[in-house]
Design a protein around this ligand. Structure first.
Ligand code: 3HC
Length: 330
């Protein structure tokens, strides 16, 4: 519905003159760099856009535990196991901060989970790819968390207070995640020939899915114009993708690995790397549910939801009993 509204009016962004006085005052607060807090008036579409983006982000953190959780019992050393455990646990925490931020907008975590399970909400495309070897733990930390940070550091300045504050803590932890991934890649890339081959293979498989994390190219992005006007997004998808490529290519060179892109070249005039776009048909196919692991990931979330029904029932019964006791005492 919102997507249609934006599409039907080009960028869909109203000018200040087209806004009613309340909308204009709201936009002026955003333009002045003020934070919007939960009890402040906000346009309904601002609220919905935030729920969509923060909810999708929260689901990504939770689903994102699955490909890495897969390697906790198979980590090569006790130290690597402890580090991976801590990282996966951090992701659960990120999910919680983000669900809490979304709840301040009047949607419950249960509602958001139901929307994920019935397909009304998404999670990041990246987590629909399998983690086949230990080197993938390196590639995920280096590339996936690296791409996440590129997107999330600017979100610390996003206009919605609770989201912005959640992002500050998340970014500190994501930066540790990225470094631990790079550290695994360093060990693998400087190890035996077989280990270096595994590291290269992981880079080959995760490079384009990592580029897709930033979303469709700017010409196809549905929400960017309005989200940027509201400072829900601080940069376009293509700007962040370019920044990620510029930062990551020298790191790949340092590792002695080859980015799987024949067209990759430094463009002196632009001051950026030229690179090949990801296969956008594959991206949209993954979004439709046809990636290698979509069914497995959603089935795992569904199972967790079903298995934990008794916890939700117990908590609800406890809360109802306390409420009844409070009423009886009054
Ligand atoms: N995966 C899944 N869906 C995606 C996507 C991706 N990588 N990129 C875009 N989309 C979807 C959008 O949700 C939108 O669909 P919708 O209208 O049904 O919601 C559609 O594609 C069009 O894309 P737009 O560019 O118009 O959408 P947005 O303005 O929302 O931009 C975004 C997409 C850049 C991902 C933005 O939502 C965003 O910045 N989100 C916050 C960050 C986030 O969600 N990160 C998840 C990364 S993983 C992570 O953080 C876990 C960590 O531990 C690694």
């Amino acid at each position: 519905m919102y997507a249609q509204m934006v599409k039907s009016t080009g960028t869909g962004v109203k000018s200040l003159d087209e806004m009613d006085p309340r909308e204009r005052a709201f936009q002026e607060r955003i333009d002045a760099g003020e934070k919007i807090e939960p009890k402040d008036w906000m346009p309904e579409e601002y609220r919905k856009t935030l729920i969509r983006q923060i909810g999708q982000h929260a689901h990504s953190e939770i689903v994102g535990q699955l490909p890495e959780g897969n390697w906790i019992t198979r980590a090569p050393t006790l130290e690597r196991k402890a580090i991976l455990l801590a990282k996966v646990q951090d992701e659960a925490g990120h999910g919680l901060y983000l669900y809490c931020a979304a709840e301040t907008l009047g949607v419950s975590r249960d509602e958001m989970t139901r929307m994920l399970l019935d397909g009304r909400m998404k999670y990041s495309s990246i987590f629909n790819y399998p983690t086949l070897t230990w080197a993938d733990m390196g590639a995920v930390g280096w590339l996936v968390d690296g791409a996440a940070i590129m997107n999330q550091v600017p979100l610390q300045r996003t206009s919605y207070g609770p989201y912005s504050r959640a992002m500050i803590r998340i970014c500190k932890e994501e930066s540790f995640h990225q470094r631990q991934g790079f550290d695994i890649m360093m060990k693998m890339a400087n190890g035996t020939a077989a280990q270096k081959k595994m590291a290269q293979d992981a880079l080959n498989r995760f490079w384009y899915p990592a580029l897709m994390m930033f979303g469709p190219s700017d010409k196809d992005s549905v929400h960017s114009a309005q989200s940027m006007a509201w400072k829900i997004k601080m940069n376009t998808n293509d700007e962040l993708r370019q920044k990620f490529v510029d930062q990551t290519v020298p790191q790949a060179e340092y590792l002695g690995l080859t980015v799987p892109d024949d067209k990759l070249a430094w463009n002196e005039e632009r001051g950026h790397y030229d690179f090949s776009e990801p296969d956008w048909d594959e991206f949209y196919d993954v979004l439709k549910g046809n990636g290698p692991c979509n069914r497995e990931r959603l089935a795992a979330r569904q199972k967790a939801w079903d298995d934990n029904q008794w916890v939700r029932d117990g908590l609800l019964a406890h809360a109802q009993k306390r409420e009844a006791m409070k009423v009886a005492a009054e």
